[in-house]
Write a protein that binds this ligand. Structure first.
Ligand code: ATP
Length: 240
C-alpha cells in the first residue's frame, strides 16, 4: 500500500493571538495536496488569525506550522512566501493605482518570466486580458479578485490562502470566482479559503470546517458541514 501523501499544510495545537489577547485556542487543521479546504465561521471567530499563522505573519504562542512535511514554525512570512505559500488578504492586496499589467509585473519577484505570468493570467482570466491597460482600482470587484488570484498564481505557490473572496461581491460573481478556484485546485494547487457562512463555497470544497471562538468545532465533508450549519441555524432561530 502506498503511504498517505504528505499534507501540504498542517497546523497542530495552535494557540495564538495579539499581545496578551489569545484568539486561537488549540487549532488543528490539515490541507492535503490538491484540496480545497473551506474554513467557515462568523465575524471574529479567528479565521483571519488562522491565515496569519499559516502564512507566518503571526508566530503562534504554542503549536506547530508544517509545510510539505517541514516544520516552519517561526519562519518569517517573506521566507515562507518563497517556500510556496501565498496569501490573498481580505481586500485583495492589489495596487489600485497600477494597471493590470503592472500589477502582474510586480508579482514576478519569485523569478517567473513576465511573459509567462501574463500568458497564464490572461488564459485563465480573459477579462483581465481585455482590461490589461486599465488601473486596478477601476476594475469591478470580481475582476479585482481575479487579478489578486492571477498575481498569486504568478508566484507558483503550492498552497494558496484566501481570506473572504466573496467580500462585497454579488452572489453570481462569487459563484464565477469559486468556479475558478475549483479549476485552480484541479491543476494541483491546494487552497485554504476562509469565509463567513457562504453556502456556495461548500459546493466546491473537498473538506470544510467550522470555527467558533478560536476553535474548530467541526470538520467533515461539505455535506456533513452543511447539515451542521443548518441545525446550528435552526437552534438559534427564535421560537424554533
Ligand atoms: P472576520 O470575518 O471579521 O475577518 P475572523 O474570523 O477572521 O473575522 P479575526 O480577524 O481572526 O476573525 O479576529 C479574531 C479576534 O481577534 C477578534 O476578536 C478580533 O477583534 C481580534 N483581532 C484581530 N486582529 C487583531 C489585532 N491586530 N489586534 C488585536 N486584536 C485583533
Amino acid at each position: 500500500m502506498n503511504p498517505p501523501p504528505t499534507p501540504v499544510l498542517e497546523l497542530r495545537g495552535i494557540h495564538a493571538g495579539y499581545g496578551t489577547l489569545d484568539v486561537l485556542h488549540g487549532v488543528d487543521l490539515t490541507v492535503e495536496p490538491g484540496q480545497v479546504y473551506a474554513l467557515l465561521g462568523p465575524n471574529g471567530a479567528g479565521k483571519t488569525t488562522t491565515l496569519g499563522v499559516a502564512s507566518g505573519q503571526i508566530v503562534p504562542r504554542t503549536g506547530t506550522l508544517t509545510i510539505m512535511g517541514v516544520d516552519v514554525t517561526g519562519i518569517p512570512a517573506d521566507k515562507l512566501a518563497r517556500t510556496g505559500l501565498c496569501l490573498i488578504p481580505e481586500g485583495r492586496g492589489i495596487f489600485p493605482n497600477l494597471t493590470v499589467t503592472e500589477n502582474l509585473r510586480m508579482a514576478t519577484f519569485t523569478g517567473n518570466s513576465f511573459a509567462s505570468v501574463q500568458d497564464r493570467a490572461y488564459e485563465l482570466f480573459p477579462r483581465l486580458g481585455e482590461r490589461r491597460k486599465q488601473t486596478a482600482g477601476t476594475l469591478s470587484g470580481g475582476e479585482q479578485q481575479m487579478l489578486a488570484m492571477a498575481r498569486a498564481l504568478a508566484t507558483d505557490p503550492a498552497v494558496l490562502l484566501v481570506d473572504e473572496l466573496s467580500m462585497g461581491l454579488a452572489p453570481i460573481i462569487v459563484e464565477e470566482l469559486y468556479g475558478h478556484v475549483r479549476r485552480i485546485a484541479e491543476s494541483g494547487l491546494s487552497i485554504l479559503i476562509v469565509e463567513q457562512f457562504v453556502h456556495e463555497l461548500l459546493g466546491i470544497a473537498d473538506v470544510a470546517a467550522i470555527m467558533l471562538h478560536g476553535r474548530i468545532v467541526g470538520t467533515g465533508t461539505p455535506n456533513e458541514i452543511a447539515e451542521t450549519l443548518q441545525s446550528a441555524y435552526l437552534a438559534t432561530t427564535p421560537n424554533s
